[in-house]
Design a protein around this ligand. Structure first.
Ligand SMILES: CC(C)(COP(=O)(O)OP(=O)(O)OC[C@H]1O[C@@H](n2cnc3c(N)ncnc32)[C@H](O)[C@@H]1OP(=O)(O)O)[C@@H](O)C(=O)NCCC(=O)NCCS
Length: 283
């Protein structure tokens, strides 16, 4: 198993630089908002006894107030992100915590735990593949903004530290090209679900199958789970093929068990038990 901790120093530097950038943007927007408001009041004051009718003053004030409120509102989002980056940086100075999964797939591709430092890359990857993924993934996964991506990856990071999920990035020469993960992990029943998605142009190379195979080693050997499940729609043939290629057993189909938008969808349940994994690995 290739599970190890990586050096946290460059990661920390990156997080601090994200925080600094978000802070500069936030303060910049705040300043622009305040400046617009001050300029509007100044114009009104200067033109108090001028030739322009009062309606112009109302216009100046409206623009000033709008600028102020937009500036304040958007700067709060940036400042919130900055605080989250700083929190992540402080934590990364210690260590990545439990389940810091890492594994080398081949010369080019590597798996490494997904952390808040991946928020920008995560958002860009989802945005780039939005139409491709929208048919298959839940709306919570399809984050709509960078701030949502930061929040989502923070939630996942907390859940990983609590032992509930193992979120992992598939990286090509360091660049995020897909996500696989274990979760939710039910430690009482010693079971978990595997989920996955990948950049459309990176399909067809076995990256997801090989990544899931490495996660299965982790699930059965390190976490000592008894059962791992894959849930996918019958019409998602590529996803079903991953489960079948890995040797999962089709246990059945839950009919109209989930809502996707207006539609009720069926889900196939594929599972692998500890004994089946051990049998396939010659134990
Ligand atoms: C589902 C999804 C992850 C499958 O991706 P994928 O690229 O088909 O899966 P893999 O990376 O395992 O690649 C398998 C292909 O690589 C080939 N391959 C090449 N080398 C391989 C290797 N060493 N091991 C396994 N397969 C290999 C396989 O033969 C297969 O080829 P095919 O596409 O001609 O059938 C992808 O289609 C996706 O992200 N879909 C949208 C999101 C989604 O549906 N997620 C799942 C929700 S349940």
């Amino acid at each position: 198993m290739g599970v190890h901790q990586t050096s946290t120093a460059p990661r920390r530097t990156r997080l601090v630089s994200h925080a600094r950038r978000a802070m500069v943007f936030g303060l910049g927007k705040l300043l622009v908002g305040v400046a617009l408001m001050a300029a509007a009041f100044h114009l009104v004051e200067v033109r108090r006894n001028g030739p322009l009718p009062p309606v112009y003053n109302i216009g100046f004030l409206a623009v000033g107030m709008l600028g102020f409120f937009v500036g304040v509102f958007t700067s709060f989002a940036d400042l919130k992100s900055a605080l989250q980056w700083l929190r992540a940086a402080r934590r990364s100075a210690d260590d990545l915590g439990p389940h810091a999964f890492s594994h080398t797939l081949d010369d080019e591709h590597r798996l490494h735990v997904l952390t808040p430092a991946d928020a920008d890359a995560f958002f860009d990857l989802i945005t780039h593949n939005h139409d491709f993924l929208a048919d298959w993934l839940t709306p919570e996964t399809l984050v709509e903004s960078r701030a949502d991506a930061v929040d989502r990856l923070h939630e996942l990071d907390e859940a990983r530290r609590a032992g509930l999920v193992v979120p992992v990035g598939i990286r090509k020469a360091g660049e995020l090209v897909g996500v696989v993960g274990l979760g939710p992990i039910d430690s009482k029943r010693r079971s978990a679900q595997i989920y996955y998605w990948i950049d459309q142009t990176s399909q067809g190379r076995g990256l997801v199958t090989r990544s899931c195979s490495a996660l299965l080693d982790y699930a059965f050997e390190e976490l000592r789970l008894r059962r791992v499940v894959i849930r996918c729609e019958p019409r998602n043939t590529r996803s079903c093929a991953v489960a079948e290629r890995l040797g999962f057993v089709l246990e059945g189909t839950l009919r109209q068990c989930e809502r996707r938008g207006e539609e009720l969808i069926d889900l196939r349940i594929y599972a692998m038990l500890r004994d089946e994994y051990a049998g396939a690995h010659g134990d």
